[in-house]
Design a protein around this ligand. Structure first.
Ligand SMILES: [Zn+2]
Length: 350
């Protein structure tokens, strides 16, 4: 057995009382023009779920919360979440989740559900992937589009610029870019287009009826709350709540902040969310769950499209405690894990 695998197993054991909440976004079964962090290939997602089935105790997010409140987390607990509400959560991810009987929570940006609107990063990426142009001039800057790598660089640059703007400005700027990156009208038959559409409410209902999937709020228009003034933010929360109440069987108390980093929300937003019944809020600030975790804002760990199953195991194992252990403790832990049945020289380097 390799030292790396031993470390992972020891940490799985050491951290067995800590939970992990994973964030996925989109699961695609087509070749993209360039890699995007949020769009994971179906075969990789299926491999992740197989690992979770074998190595973890996947519980619904609401059970993770009630376990924190009771002061006792099930051992090796993991919760699976998806942000945004891509149609592929139903067409690609849901069959895999059903196959492994893995529960999950999907956070919906409700103004997209049942429409053919793309989230703005996908509006940009889709055009950059499909344009015939070899170079463009946007935002007073020239971008070469000769290779997939060029297109990916242009995407990253433009996305990072747009992300800082007020949502209305994003739309205005994006429309200008879309005019330049003019693509043919036949794009609705494009496999990428089909994979990136949002869910509709019938699909949401089907998944809710399965008893395997629960839903939460993620604003109406996927605006980062801190980019809005407080009344605009309240409007986003209220509209999302109303749409969810109208379409779900059970009112949800779950909320995930768009983008979800430290500067993307404030205490004012937390108060608004409480007012509208979103009692349990999730960020994208990476952290592990323990019985001491607060249930008001809970950290999650983002899983990117490039995360392979070894890296997933590292994440589940919370590897950063390795350095805290001296050699004797490492060996003791390894013995407790039932390792070293085939004790060999590898252990000397522990
Ligand atoms: Zn999101």
């Amino acid at each position: 057995m390799k030292l790396e695998s031993i470390k992972v197993m020891i940490h799985r054991y050491l951290n067995r009382d800590m939970g992990v909440i994973l964030i996925y976004h989109s699961v695609v079964d087509c070749i993209l023009g360039f890699n995007m962090w949020t769009h994971m290939p179906l075969n990789r997602f299926a491999a992740h779920m197989r690992v979770l089935k074998q190595q973890a105790n996947v519980i619904p997010l609401t059970k993770m919360i009630s376990s924190i409140q009771k002061g006792k987390l099930p051992k090796y607990s993991v919760a699976v979440t998806f942000d945004d509400g891509f149609v592929n959560n139903f067409t690609r991810a849901f069959p895999v989740l059903q196959h492994y009987n893995i529960p999950a929570t999907i956070f919906l940006s409700t103004a997209f559900i049942g429409t053919t609107k793309f989230f703005w990063p996908e509006r940009l990426a889709f055009r950059l992937m499909r344009t015939n142009l070899k170079k463009i001039n946007v935002l007073d800057q020239g971008f070469s589009l000769n290779s997939d790598e060029d297109r990916c660089n242009a995407y990253t640059h433009l996305r990072d610029y747009l992300k800082k703007l007020h949502p209305k400005e994003i739309d205005t700027e994006l429309k200008k870019i879309e005019n330049i990156l003019n693509i043919k009208e036949t794009f609705i038959n494009d496999p990428i287009y089909q994979e990136w559409l949002p869910l509709n409410w019938d699909q949401v209902k089907d998944m809710e009826d399965s008893g395997l999937i629960e839903f939460g709020g993620h604003t109406a228009d996927h605006h980062i709350l801190s980019r809005l003034n407080l009344s605009e933010a309240e409007e986003q929360i209220k509209a999302c709540k109303n749409a969810l109440d109208l379409n779900l069987k059970y009112p949800t108390k779950l909320w995930a902040y768009p983008n979800g980093e430290k500067n993307d929300f404030s205490d004012d937003h937390k108060e608004l969310l409480q007012k509208y019944g979103f009692l349990y809020n999730f960020s994208t600030i990476p952290s592990y769950i323990s019985i001491n975790s607060e249930t008001n804002t809970i950290g999650r760990i983002g899983i990117g499209s490039q995360t392979d199953t070894d890296e997933l195991m590292n994440i589940l194992s919370k590897r950063d405690r390795w350095e805290e252990l001296d050699k004797t403790q490492r060996i003791k832990m390894a013995l407790k894990c039932g390792l070293f049945k085939n004790f060999d020289t590898t252990t000397k380097s522990l």
